[in-house]
Every structure is written in C-alpha cells, then in structure tokens.
Write a protein that binds this ligand. Structure first.
Ligand code: ZN
Length: 473
C-alpha cells in the first residue's frame, strides 16, 4: 500500500514536470495560488508591513521532563481504577488515589515556582445518566499561575486533562481501568506545562500577562462533568476564557513512520462567513507550534466522541482538543483482558514518551505566547459592500504593551490567515482596491513582545435582499 502510493506520487511528480497544464487541471490548490485569470486585489500594490518577530525564549524541547511525566502516569495507573464513582478516600485504589498523586506532584512544582503557582481543589457535585441519575461528589484540581497585568489577569488560558478513567462497563468500580492514555497522558501534559511555565515565572522571566490554569479534572467519562464544572467555576471567579486546550488521549503514536503530528480538533461554529473562536485558537496554536507539529482538523471532535473542550465550544468560547495521530481502540475504554489473542486495556507500556513530550512542549509554548499577548480586539467589522474598497474596523481598550494590530485576510477557500497590513491604532482601515466579497477578514492584536492575540473575524452588516410581498424573512 505504502509502496503503491509513493509510486503514485512519483508518477504525479513526473507528470507535473512533463505537463504543467495537466497539473493545474487536477489541482485546485495550485490553480488558486497562481490565480492567473482573476483580477488583481488590491488593484494597486499590496502593502508590505514590517512584522514583529514572535517572542524570544521559546520553550526548548529538551527542557521537557519526560521522566516525570511517565512517573505521574504510572502513579495514576497504580490506582487500579479512577472511575469517578470509585472511592475518594482510599489512598490505594480509586479516583481519590489519582487526585492525591496529582496534588502531590503539583505541590512539588509549586514549591519550585517560588510560591507563584497556587493549587486549588474544587469540590462539587454533579449528576448524569452515567451516575445513575444521582448526584456524586467530584473534585477538580487546578494549578493557577496569576497573570502580571491587572486587566489581563482576569483572562484565563486553560490546559486540561481528565484524570478519571473507565473500564468497558462505564459504571463498574470493580473492574480495573488503568487509563494511561485516556487520560493520564493529558493530565501529564497539563502538569508538565505547569512546571515548564511556572519555572520561568519563578525567575521573573515568564512575562505572562494573562492567568494560566493547569487543570486535572474528573467526571469526563460520566458525561464531561468536570469540563462543565470548570467553565462554571471560571465564570464564578469572574474570569474571561482566553482559550481552553483540552488534551485527551495524547500519549501514543504507534503507526509506522513516527513521529507524526498531534491532531488538533476545532469546531466550525454556527455563523455564516465567520469562524468559531475555537477555530481561531487552533490557527493560533498551529502558527505558534508550526505546521510540522500540528495537524489541524476542522471538526469539533472525532465522530461519536466527546471531550472537555465541548462545553466551552458550545458556549461560543475558544476551545480545542489535542488527540494522538491514530487511535487504537483496543487500548481505550476496555477492561484489561486477552480475547482471541488480542490484549485489551489502556496500559502505560503502550505509550510513547517522546511523542508525549512533543505534545507537552507544543501545549506549553502555545500557552506561553497566548498568555503574553494583548487582549484580542472587539467589534471587528467589515463594511464597504458595493464599493471598490473594503473597510475593516475594530475597537479595543488602551494597552501600553501593545504594538498595534494585524489585519488578516484569506481566500474564502483557504484554511489559514495571512497578514494583509499592520495598523498602529484601532479605528478603521481602508483596504484600497480590495473587494469585500472575495476574501474573509480578521484582526488580531500584537504585543511589543511579538505575541499575538487570537484572530477576531470581522462581521458584516446583514442586508437581506428584498423579498416578495408577504414572505417572512
Ligand atoms: Zn478521554
């Protein structure tokens, strides 16, 4: 199969060389890039803004502590099961054992942070079909790194993994549920991000203007109970959600040809001509971590599956999900057993430490840059329909650390933004000779430190066409 497809690629490559016109005929992407038969936009020369480089001191891959990540996963697996309905008080078996290991590890990290990292255990109750309709006690663990900017400290960037696990029977507390990949792996990414980012904060070098929250939450397998609670808790504390990174099943990459890119899921949103905040968060992460490391998937989650980013996404907030490149279903949601020679169970032995370390680095670096950025602009608008020039306007609050704004555009069929121009201050920018109709537009804020906010797509004034008399809009 592999040989056949590479032979096929070779054939295509040869064909391109032999016949450029053949290639154009079969490749819409190429046709769009060259756009030989479309009018130039802008009609005169395009601006060439000088762009600030991204923030220095990126987190180095070798600073990720794979050994400690692995140790935490093994401690969590040693709890036998971490089903949310299991014991909260038995230190050896059950979800309480999981909570204890996470709190202990975060306390170690907090000590090294010079007191900057604060650990909170949030106790609550929740009910679902999978709690037999009865309220059950749950506890979420949050490590909080407060932002340095008085205004932006009320904005929260979250990384989260769920520490509950499940066997085949979703309410059985008897069966073992090691849950190494689902989702001790995600918890280890959240905890390692806390270590990587609070280390810099301790030495006064972090520069995080917004607040960072590293979460390990329960109740996912019982119906996203910890995710819904996290959203509620953040609102109760008066936070705005700057971005939510859910890491769930991020520990394995067994397919030939590894390492592969981690998948990053983001939902489409529900507004025409406009992308969801989650999509903008995904684009921001891809831009920070690079296309070699992130595989964006424009879908809220895998089919038939859910995750803790979902409550945030449904609330219209920027939330995404990281998941490994290709899942092995015999290692998920399975009571450990061997059947017909196949071993079922979510064991730590299947994990790939190097892949998991990559995911931790990508999460931490994305969080670092997002927390350094100015607030995204508000009221981004596109006007100028039925005129030769598009007009992009936006507003924002004062911020002495902000360098200005990038006006972004893209072909309506393109997945990624490009920078069209730079503006030092908010207001309205006229894009001379650019049609409102052929591109999508967005604006993002840029800090003097080079960190970018997530993009805010422009909204257009809705002008429905006249309708026949008696027709309802
Ligand atoms: Zn999961």
């Amino acid at each position: 199969m592999t040989n056949r497809s590479s032979a096929h690629r070779t054939f295509l490559a040869t064909s391109i060389a032999a016949s450029a016109s053949f290639w154009i005929a079969i490749s819409p992407a190429f046709a769009q890039q060259s756009a030989p038969r479309d009018p130039a936009e802008p009609q005169q020369e395009q601006p060439h803004p000088k762009l600030l480089p991204r923030p220095a001191a990126a987190i180095a891959r070798q600073s990720v502590d794979e050994k400690s990540m692995r140790a935490l996963i093994e401690q969590l697996v040693s709890c036998g099961t971490r089903l949310s309905l299991s014991s909260w008080t038995d230190p050896k078996r059950g979800i309480g054992c999981g909570r204890d290991h996470i709190v202990a590890r975060l306390n170690e990290i907090a000590k090294e942070s010079g007191g900057k990292l604060q650990i909170v255990v949030d106790k609550f109750e929740a009910t679902s079909e999978r709690t037999a309709g009865k309220p059950v006690p749950l506890e979420s663990v949050y490590a909080i790194l407060p932002g340095s900017d008085p205004k932006l400290a009320k904005t929260l960037f979250i990384v989260s993994g769920h520490y509950d696990s499940r066997p085949s029977d979703v309410i059985s507390t008897e069966a073992d549920a090691p849950g190494a990949d689902d989702d001790a792996s995600g918890v280890s990414v959240s905890v390692e991000s806390a270590r990587l980012l609070s280390k810099a904060a301790a030495s006064g070098k972090g520069g995080y203007r917004a607040t960072l929250l590293f979460a390990a939450i329960p109740g996912e397998e019982q119906g996203l109970l910890g995710g819904y609670r996290l959203l509620e808790w953040a609102k109760q504390q008066g936070y705005t959600i700057g971005g939510m990174l859910d890491d769930d099943i991020v520990g394995d990459d067994p397919s030939p040809g590894a390492p592969h890119r981690v998948r990053l899921f983001s939902g489409n949103g529900e507004i025409d001509d406009c992308d969801s905040p989650g999509r903008e968060l995904a684009r921001a992460i891809e831009e920070i971590d690079g296309r070699d490391n992130i595989r964006m998937i424009f879908r809220v989650d895998r089919y038939g599956r859910g995750g803790d980013h979902y409550p945030f996404y449904k609330a219209g907030l920027p939330a995404v999900r990281f998941t490994e490149p290709l899942e092995d279903y015999s290692h998920q949601h399975q009571t450990p057993r061997t059947e017909n020679g196949i071993e079922y169970g979510d064991f730590a032995k299947y994990l790939n430490a190097s892949f998991l370390g990559d995911v931790a680095r990508d999460n931490a670096e994305a969080l670092r840059q997002l927390a350094m950025a100015p607030a995204p602009p508000t009221n981004a608008r596109l006007t100028g329909a039925v005129t030769p020039d598009a007009k992009v306007s936006w507003s924002t609050e004062g911020d002495p650390e902000r360098a200005g704004f990038e006006i972004l555009w893209r072909e309506t069929t393109e997945p990624r933004w490009q920078v069209y121009d730079f503006a030092a201050s908010p207001g309205e920018t006229v894009l001379r000779g650019v049609s409102t109709d052929n591109h999508f537009f967005a604006v993002r804020a840029v800090g003097k430190n080079g960190a970018r906010s997530i993009a805010v797509p422009t909204e257009i004034e809705r002008r429905p066409p006249p309708l026949p008399a008696g027709t309802k809009q």
